[in-house]
Design a binder for this molecule. Structure first.
Ligand code: FAD
Length: 516
């Protein structure tokens, strides 16, 4: 008897706690009467587990977490908020691999997109044929899409470097990697998708049907709807790759080679399948090079010595040829040709042969290794016009970051703007060729985070002078967003008014303020 009274007190405390968090988060009571209410949790242990993201720089607990089992459930939630007298913000979260709180939604409902994948039927369906494609749930990770398509000897035409990102998440930015020069970003490699708009309407869109919403949502930072399914372009997959890593001490030589390799007018661009570059600021970063490649200890020592002798940054160029067993000889010939034509430091070319999947999923191993080095990720990614890359190098790598020992991948590689569709929301600089320069810092110290943020701000200031744009952008206010979008701002705002008029969706981007 005493025990059951005790349990009922505990139960009522639990109910009160749950109820209180509902009230605290200002979510309307009517939400509990919807047929999706069993998929909504206000359990503080659950909401707390969605209070931050990969960056670990921002914290804010959502009022509730929603686990939809279908796109219709998402439409019900959004429609309810849209028509409510007390509309509440909603954030669609892929895997929360953003770094500045873009998926956070204090006082609102966070949609855990991964729950769409917990079904008894496959959410990745491959169609072979002259134009092969895969229909995939937007909650799916690219690694799972890749594995499913490889079973058909196919692969997505464009993949990001890191594959544990969701389809909906990367389509909301652009989805870039060293295959951009061949196929453009991922947003250029999607035929159609389903999206639930900010009014709760489910719309299928493509270049032919509802093109305005198609263009708006691609690179749209989650502002125009929740993508639930996408039709992704595929191509035949090869089995293995020859991966060459070449080291340089001269920025002019490495950028001239990178540009040669991505130029449609140069025969070398036709023979490779992937090209990226990286800056190693000094000995500390050079000594971590073993993470990503099967360098021998003596190779690593040689690279450290190069960095030490150079007394400044050194550069790395990755050129990769994909091949099948039957094309192995021609792959070898291609690599020989590359090594003959490129201007790397003599003695600093390393070639390696691995299965395609190991290459495409290489960052999985790097991220696992790096996770022990820190949990904070104050990242910055800038798109720099080709004409400004030498100035960017001397101002940023050789001055602002001189002496920086923080761990991080500093990628640098050029992309062709012709591969991007300007109708889409994604923003690029005004240049035919522009570089992505990534500052992917990892640190375990909160203090270090502050120092890096100061450096990042200095880099942003340089970027502003040089006509750069940010990728994975984050800004404090609308004036800065307006600058980022430039002449695309007007269209971005009018599309927002059309597809999410109450600004309910993805408020963590801090572009618009939800009404209500
Ligand atoms: P989330 O972080 O969960 O969401 C990001 C934004 O998209 C939010 O605003 C969210 O509301 C919105 N969103 C999420 N799902 C949907 C959906 N279904 N419909 C509409 N909006 C949605 N980017 C690259 O381009 N290339 C890379 O190689 C690359 N490598 C990375 C490596 C690592 C280790 C990390 C952490 C990130 C990397 N990124 C890369 C950045 C990546 O594209 C972003 O982190 C992006 O946010 C994807 O992560 P996510 O799927 O977890 O999305």
């Amino acid at each position: 008897m005493e025990l059951s009274r005790h349990s009922s007190i505990i139960l009522s405390i639990t109910i009160v706690t749950t109820f209180a968090s509902f009230v605290k988060s200002s979510l309307p009571q009517g939400l509990q009467t919807l047929n999706i209410s069993s998929e909504i949790s206000t359990d503080p242990n659950i909401t707390a587990s969605f209070a931050t993201d990969f960056g670990m720089l921002f914290n804010s607990t959502p009022g509730a977490v929603f686990y939809p089992s279908s796109p219709n459930d998402i439409a019900t939630l959004i429609h309810f908020s849209y028509t409510s007298s007390k509309p509440f913000p909603i954030s669609q979260r892929g895997r929360g691999h953003s770094t500045y709180g873009q998926t956070l939604v204090p006082d609102g409902v966070l949609i855990d997109m991964s729950s769409l994948g917990h079904t008894n039927y496959s959410r990745i369906n491959v169609t072979d044929g002259p134009i092969p494609y895969a229909d995939v749930g937007a909650e799916q990770l690219w690694i799972d899409v890749l594995n499913a398509t490889l079973k058909h000897d196919l692969m997505p035409r464009m993949l990001t470097d890191y594959l544990s990102l969701t389809v909906g998440g990367t389509l909301s930015y652009a989805g870039i990697s060293g295959r951009e020069f061949k196929h453009g970003p991922q947003i250029s490699n999607v035929y159609e998708f389903d999206v639930v708009t900010g009014t709760g309407e489910i719309v299928t869109c493509s270049r032919e049907f509802n093109p305005d919403l198609f263009y708006a949502a691609l690179g749209g930072l989650g502002q125009f709807g929740v993508i639930t399914r996408a039709r992704i372009a595929l191509q035949p997959a090869q089995k293995r790759v020859r991966w060459s890593r070449l080291f340089y001490t001269d920025i002019k030589l490495v950028t001239s080679d990178l540009e040669k390799l991505i130029s449609p007018d140069n025969n070398l661009s036709g023979i490779i399948d992937f090209v990226e570059g990286e800056v190693l600021l000094g000995v500390a970063q050079a000594s971590l090079i073993g993470f990503t490649f099967n360098f021998t200890n003596s190779d690593v020592q040689k690279i450290i010595d190069l960095a030490s002798d150079n007394n400044g940054p050194i550069y790395l160029l990755d050129a990769v040829v994909f091949y099948n067993d039957t094309t192995a000889t021609s792959a070898e010939q291609k690599v020989d040709l590359l090594l003959k034509e490129l201007q790397y430091t003599s003695g600093f070319a390393f070639s390696y042969d691995i299965p395609l999947l190991n290459f495409l999923n290489r960052l999985h191993y790097q991220e696992t290794a790096r996770s022990s080095q820190g949990r904070f990720h104050p990242w910055l990614v800038m798109f720099v016009p080709k004409s400004k890359i030498l100035e960017f190098d001397s101002t940023v790598y050789k001055a602002t970051l001189n002496g920086t020992n923080t761990v991080g991948s500093l990628l640098i590689y050029p992309m062709n703007r012709t591969m991007w569709d300007d109708e889409m929301s994604a923003v690029t600089p005004n240049a035919e060729v522009f570089y992505t320069t990534d500052f992917l810092w990892t640190t375990s110290e909160a203090n270090d985070t502050k120092n890096i943020t100061i450096k990042n701000n200095q880099i942003q200031n340089v970027g502003e002078q040089l006509g750069c744009k940010e990728y994975l952008p984050h800004f404090k206010n609308q004036v800065e967003w307006q600058k980022q979008f430039g002449n695309k701002w007007g269209k971005f705002v009018s599309r927002k008014m059309k597809y999410d008029p109450k600004a309910l969706l993805s408020p963590g981007q801090r572009i618009f303020t939800p009404s209500g």
